[in-house]
Design a binder for this molecule. Structure first.
Ligand code: C5P
Length: 287
């Protein structure tokens, strides 16, 4: 083993004989030591907004989805850690259920994800829809932030490479960036069933090679994201993702490669898969 200083954070790291890099007992991938030059060179300041105020009813009864546990740790804590691991992120704004701000603050602190080390972590109350929660998160950003990554708490296992790639693409000039993966399933467009309980008629089959499933974090220039949220509020427009708002108002959105482990935990089976992914990571990477 030999000693080295981790260039981006100036903390002590250790390199073992196999050229593995260790920091605070955790084996790091090489990207952890890469300096995110694009943001720094352009003097850009990136913050993350984490909508975590959903009830998660499709997961079944219990705590709000973001507070359900994965490997003994709340989904939200995993998601915040994934963001704070990126050297691009300088601040994380967690949007908690309106009646759960104190509980979320306490949970983050008790898991060491409250911002004592690394990027600052704020917790603000959310709204009745995801879009409203994102808007409330945006309102809490300090003026110096010019790039925003919006990341669902329900995607706890997003690899840091994906976070970095999205931030880098925004820094390199794309105003709206979405990580995406090809579809495994063929998708059918359907019409309404003629009567309740009757089969739905198929209207068409879009060419699968032109379709992508999109993930988060989605990255934006702050002024663009703020302006589409303002317009959506004034026109009562609702979208299921932030990039959808940019598209609606004529902005160009581009894709970067997402990752199969950045899937959204929605149904009980997703939690089983997430537990398996986490166990595999712990066995391989020992964190
Ligand atoms: O419901 P869905 O899975 O699309 O939620 C995506 C993300 O939006 C989740 O992280 C959820 O906690 C968040 N959300 C929110 N406020 C709401 C509804 C959902 O922050 N009112």
């Amino acid at each position: 083993m030999s000693g080295a200083v981790c260039p981006p954070c100036a903390r002590w790291a250790v390199v073992c004989r196999d050229e593995q890099v260790w920091l605070h007992g955790r084996r790091l991938a090489r990207h952890d030591l890469a300096i995110p030059t694009s943001l720094k060179e352009q003097n850009l300041n990136a913050a993350a907004v984490v909508p975590a105020a959903g009830r998660g009813e499709r997961l079944g009864p219990g705590a709000p989805k973001a507070l359900r546990e994965l490997g003994g740790v709340p989904l939200l804590v995993h998601a915040v850690r994934a963001l704070t691991r990126s050297r691009a992120v300088t601040l994380v704004v967690v949007v908690a259920p309106a009646d759960g701000v104190a509980r979320v603050r306490e949970l983050l602190d008790s898991h060491g994800a409250g911002g004592d080390e690394g990027p600052r972590v704020l917790v603000v109350p959310g709204g009745g829809t995801r879009q409203e929660s994102v808007r409330l998160g945006l309102a809490a950003l300090p003026p110096e932030v010019d790039v925003v990554l919006v990341h669902d708490a329900a995607r706890p296992l997003v690899p840091v490479d994906v976070v970095d790639a999205v931030a880098r693409a925004v820094a390199d000039g794309a105003p709206a960036v979405v990580p995406a993966v090809p579809l495994a399933d063929t998708v059918k467009q359907v019409g309404p069933a003629p009567a309740p309980g009757q089969p739905e008629p198929v209207l068409g089959t879009p060419d699968r090679s032109t379709l992508r499933a999109v993930q988060t974090p989605q990255g934006f220039r702050r002024d663009l994201l703020q302006s589409v949220h303002d317009k959506a509020l004034s026109e009562a427009v609702d979208a299921t993702d932030d990039a959808g708002l940019v598209e609606r108002y004529g902005g160009q959105v581009v894709l970067v490669p997402g990752h199969e482990e950045a899937f959204k935990v929605t149904r009980p089976l997703d939690l089983v898969l997430a537990e398996a992914v986490l166990a595999r990571r712990r066995a391989n990477d020992e964190f």
